[in-house]
Design a protein around this ligand. Structure first.
Ligand SMILES: [Zn+2]
Length: 291
């Protein structure tokens, strides 16, 4: 009888993975690369959704309820949707003060911190630009942060996480060199964006955002601002409008008609487009999109 129970318990123990909820697909991909077979990731938002405005559906609450840990982007990117999910799930392991809670933004130097913290203008990014994962160098910092986080939760598999991180670091560093070479010819190029999703990407490769279709982050286009932007484009001749996949391209098309500037869709996460199904293909796409 005792053997029977042992046989029953053993496979259950082997299957006992840590289930880690993450807000966005890119976090899931890094976490899986480092955690390997010892973890399962539960990705809350889809890559083709607007990362600022996720609907806290009941299915997401259920996912949060069964998680052993939570990793978020932070810098207020999830401010509109993750806090309500955390509250409703009432899971002690995914509360901001838990040791199983990780806010990635606290490990990255944010850029574009507004000088004026008054939010009356509607700026959705009062802590600085939160789209830091689109600089390939930052992915290495995030991977290291996640490695240390996983070790803090599961020291038993420390060596596995260290080994996985080392392998990730070697592979990703090779890619960084390839992407740098690919993007060298675009250095100094002026671009327009809808929203400054690519602040860190553009910094990494010397692209210069001279204007956004939004008058302020999170504020929809206005005719006054669009007219000013058309004037700016005619004066400064940017090479293109880099547009996210989740906002309507209607205003961009209008601007394109008036100025001849072309529109290029830029995915912001894994799954934003059919062809960007992992972290490498996301950056392969981004670094190959400009002409
Ligand atoms: Zn944003």
């Amino acid at each position: 009888m005792r053997h029977f129970f042992l046989l029953l318990i053993l496979p259950l123990t082997l299957l006992a993975h840590m289930s880690i909820a993450v807000s966005y697909p890119y976090i899931g991909a890094i976490t899986k690369s480092i955690g390997g077979e010892h973890i399962d990731t539960v990705v809350l938002a889809k890559g083709n959704w607007d990362p600022h405005f996720v609907i806290p559906r009941p299915s997401l609450i259920a996912k949060m309820r069964s998680a052993d840990a939570l990793i978020m982007n932070g810098a207020q990117l999830e401010i509109g949707w993750l806090p309500p999910l955390i509250n409703r799930a009432a899971n002690p392991k995914t509360q901001p003060n838990a040791k199983s809670f990780l806010n990635l933004s606290q490990h990255i130097e944010l850029i574009h911190k507004p000088k004026d913290v008054d939010r009356s203008g509607g700026d959705v990014h009062p802590d600085g630009n939160p789209h830091f994962h689109l600089a390939p160098e930052n992915i290495l910092i995030l991977a290291k942060t996640i490695e240390e986080f996983l070790i803090s939760l599961d020291v038993e598999h420390k060596e596995v996480y260290e080994k996985n991180y080392a392998a990730f670091h070697i592979e990703w560093s090779k890619n960084i060199e390839l992407w740098k070479n690919k993007m060298a010819k675009h250095e100094g190029q002026k671009v327009i964006q809808f929203h400054d999703n690519l602040a860190y990407f553009n910094n990494a490769y010397g692209l210069k955002t001279i204007g956004t279709i939004e008058p302020l982050p999170g504020i929809p286009p206005s005719s006054k601002h669009t007219i000013e932007l058309i004037k700016l484009i005619n004066e400064q001749k940017p090479s293109c409008i880099l547009h996210d996949v989740y906002h309507s391209t209607k205003t961009a098309e209008f601007i394109s008609e008036k100025t001849g500037v072309k529109i290029i869709l830029m995915p912001h996460d894994i799954g934003s487009l059919e062809s960007t199904q992992d972290l490498k293909s996301l950056f392969d796409y981004l670094t190959g999109a400009l002409q």
